[in-house]
Design a protein around this ligand. Structure first.
Ligand code: PGA
Length: 254
């Protein structure tokens, strides 16, 4: 199974830094791994231009829940598509927290993405307080139930498990924790969509770096990684990519 290595640049980067990063990533990419970079919207057109002919895909970081309209400052899924994006992140915890995005809104964004021909990367994950209260599995199951569009086709969406407390903190769950939650998410999503569990792809995100990526990528139920801070450092992101390429080459692994 091809792994997904997704870089979420958040609100970082300018034309010069983006160009250097893209050159390094494009040179390291090959067909064994699906690499996706999600730059700020202002850089999308340039980044897709630089990546023409490469194996690297581009994604947006968010889209609006409507197809169009009087929404000053917002961007529609179709606009991202026109810029050359193939993916879009929806429901990131930073947007859920800072913009009050609900599961219902995230579902609408994912529906708009799919209608525009983009694959949504639907983010879910529990807070530290929810985990402490033993609610992590219940929280992610509810997010799956309420954020996934009603009609989804296999291969047209990804789920990203990003525990809120792991994002930008340097902390990660243990690999057995990740395996347990991913299995739970996969079965909840399979139930919800009617798809076979092996057609549901869940990537892990939250403090992924060059040192822990190999271990996380080798964990059962992990279809790839969504990388924030480490995706802005060429050397670090390329070494995460190499870890995935090595895993894909290993005949003992699926
Ligand atoms: P991080 O961010 O890798 O910097 O923890 C991940 C994310 O927010 O997607």
């Amino acid at each position: 199974m091809t792994k997904f290595i997704i870089g979420n640049w958040k609100m970082y980067g300018n034309v010069t830094s983006a160009h250097m990063l893209i050159e390094a990533v494009a040179a390291a990419a090959n067909a064994r791994v699906e690499v996706v970079v999600c730059p700020p919207a202002t850089l999308l057109t340039q980044v897709t231009g630089w990546l023409a002919g490469s194996k690297v895909q581009v994604g947006g970081q968010d889209c609006h829940a409507a197809a169009g309209g009087a929404h000053t400052g917002d961007i529609s899924a179709a606009m991202l598509k026109e810029c050359g994006a193939a993916y879009v992140i929806v429901g990131h915890s930073e947007r859920r927290a800072a913009h009050g995005e609900t599961n219902a809104e995230v579902r609408k964004k994912a529906e708009q993405a799919m209608a525009a021909g983009l694959a949504p990367i639907i983010c879910i994950g529990e807070t530290a307080a929810q985990r402490k209260a033993g609610q992590a599995k219940a929280v992610v199951a509810r997010q799956v139930r309420e954020s996934l569009p009603e009609k989804v086709a296999a291969g047209r969406f990804l789920l990203a498990y990003e525990p809120v407390w792991a994002i930008g903190s340097g902390k990660t769950p243990t690999v057995s924790d990740i395996a347990g939650i991913h299995a739970h998410i996969i079965s909840a999503a399979a139930r919800e969509t009617g798809l076979a569990p092996e057609r549901i792809f869940v990537v892990y995100g939250g403090s992924v770096n060059a040192a822990n990526a190999g271990r996380i990528l080798a964990t059962r139920g992990v279809a790839g990684v969504l990388v924030g801070a480490a995706s802005l450092k060429a050397e670090e992101f390329v070494s995460i990519l190499r870890a995935a390429q090595t895993a894909a080459q290993d005949p003992r692994r699926k």
